[in-house]
Ligand binder design. Structure first.
Ligand SMILES: [Zn+2]
Ligand SMILES: [Zn+2]
Length: 177
């Protein structure tokens, strides 16, 4: 017996399906430093997509350049010691998670799942925790706020999980700076 569908791609599971869409949304971002995408899912229904960007009608990073701030961050060195490193971040954009919350309704978010390409920062995590969302799934870790974000999500009873071994669709991922 021959398999007529042998050349078709494998059917994606739901996690992969929605995370792929989050990565597609991220390709809309104009910040050359970081492309982040997020989607809102209720049951198996897609109720919103968002990416990081400047407010509507305002120059974005591609037009006005990134708006950089320098901050010292704690980082774990190879020997397990915590060290302070200077990092630059772009603060021009509204984060994808924040845009997602701005463009979706509270009633749609109750008990929903957010798929986001990157682990949320502290501010976004706080907003998500108060948004009605009951699960947050991310792909790339973001070490800066990781421990306190995980602790807060746990305390709030929100499922917070990373998709291990996930590979984004070809052509959607940019190198991190
Ligand atoms: Zn930027
Ligand atoms: Zn954020």
């Amino acid at each position: 017996m021959t398999n007529q569908h042998a050349t078709l791609p494998v059917r994606k599971d739901w996690d992969t399906y929605f995370m792929d869409i989050a990565h597609m949304a991220a390709t809309r971002s104009q910040c050359p430093r970081r492309h982040v995408g997020a989607v809102l899912v209720q049951g198996k229904k897609l109720l919103g997509t968002a990416y990081n960007g400047a407010p509507m009608g305002v120059d974005d990073c591609s037009e006005a350049g990134c708006m950089l701030v320098e901050e010292y961050e704690m980082k774990l060195a190879g020997d397990g010691q915590e060290i302070l490193v200077k990092k630059q971040r772009c603060v021009r954009t509204i984060h994808a998670e924040q845009n997602l919350l701005l463009f979706t309704d509270r009633s749609d978010r109750e008990g929903s799942t957010v798929y986001v390409t990157d682990q949320p920062c502290w501010t976004c995590a706080n907003l998500l925790a108060n948004s009605g969302v009951s699960e947050v799934v991310y792909h790339r870790p973001y070490m800066k706020d990781s421990e306190k974000v995980k602790a807060m999500m746990h305390q709030r009873g929100i499922v917070f999980r990373m998709m291990e071994g996930y590979k984004p669709p070809i052509g959607t991922e940019m190198p991190l700076t």
